[in-house]
Design a protein around this ligand. Structure first.
Ligand code: SF4
Length: 253
């Protein structure tokens, strides 16, 4: 993911430039807020996804997160940083447990927030605690459970929503979703390899998606590139009949 920061004065900077130039926040706070995006990613031989790229409500969004530049407001980064600070507040028997699962053409990794007394905890910091747990949060907790090598010792999965004023917990069914993770991961890995976004998975969350414009316009771009290819073939090979069939397919697609 290529990240740029929108500074309070509206200028777009790299995280490092923002750290050096931004004076509206005290440096220790700014450093903490930018911590996650200042880290350089290590080049790897194998494709590796964080579990949330798979358990998200939309794989197409994960594709854009990996391939497109994202411009983030400092406020958004503060919300993420605040969530981490909340999580560090609790002392589970085991905190931040790293899990990894290797598949044929990619790996999936994650960090379980806490395991205590054979209960696996996934924490979510939010300003509005939902009435029911959100599907992608349930799947994330189940993915961590599925990837945990000692899952036989886990009695319960608990999803905990935390706001500044209250806490709500939900028990999540224990479910091994490895086959589902493998199938979604394979779909995302193939999309990256072929540079073709996965199909849209539209929900009410689309209106909050930072890639809404790119996502909506992609079909137009695809049609344009297909048209260019078709024109090239028409010109080079005069395969008029075949080309008209293609045009029909894409104009109706
Ligand atoms: S706008 Fe909706 S369908 Fe498109 S990438 Fe975002 S979440 Fe997915």
């Amino acid at each position: 993911m290529k990240v740029k920061i929108r500074c309070p004065n509206g200028e777009i900077k790299t995280p490092k430039e923002c750290l050096d130039a931004e004076k509206s926040l005290p440096t220790p706070i700014l450093k903490k807020v930018l911590e996650g995006v200042l880290k350089e990613s290590t080049p790897r031989d194998r494709v590796r996804f964080g579990a949330t790229k798979i358990t998200t409500n939309c794989l197409r969004q994960s594709f854009y997160q990996i391939t497109e530049e994202q411009i983030l407001d400092l406020d958004k980064l503060w919300i993420l940083s605040r969530g981490h600070a909340f999580h560090d507040h609790f002392d589970f028997g085991k905190n931040e447990v790293f899990v990894e699962k290797k598949f044929k053409d990619f790996d999936v990794i994650g960090f379980i927030d806490g395991i205590d007394n054979n209960v696996l905890y996934e924490l979510k910091t939010t300003s509005n605690i939902p009435e029911e747990p959100q599907d992608h949060h349930v799947l994330q907790a189940q993915a961590y459970y599925s990837m945990y090598p000692d899952k036989d010792k886990i009695d319960k999965i608990m999803l905990v929503y935390l706001s500044l004023s209250t806490i709500k917990t939900f028990e999540v069914p224990k479910r091994d979703i490895i086959p589902w993770i493998e199938s979604r991961g394979h779909q995302l890995a193939t999309a990256l390899k072929t540079k073709t976004p996965p199909p849209k998975e539209k929900t009410w969350l689309c209106s909050y998606c930072p890639f809404l414009d790119i996502c909506e316009n992609h079909k137009v771009e695809k049609k344009e590139s297909v048209k260019r290819e078709v024109d090239k073939i028409l010109y080079n090979k005069k395969e008029k009949k075949k080309v008209e069939t293609w045009k029909d397919i894409f104009n109706n697609g």
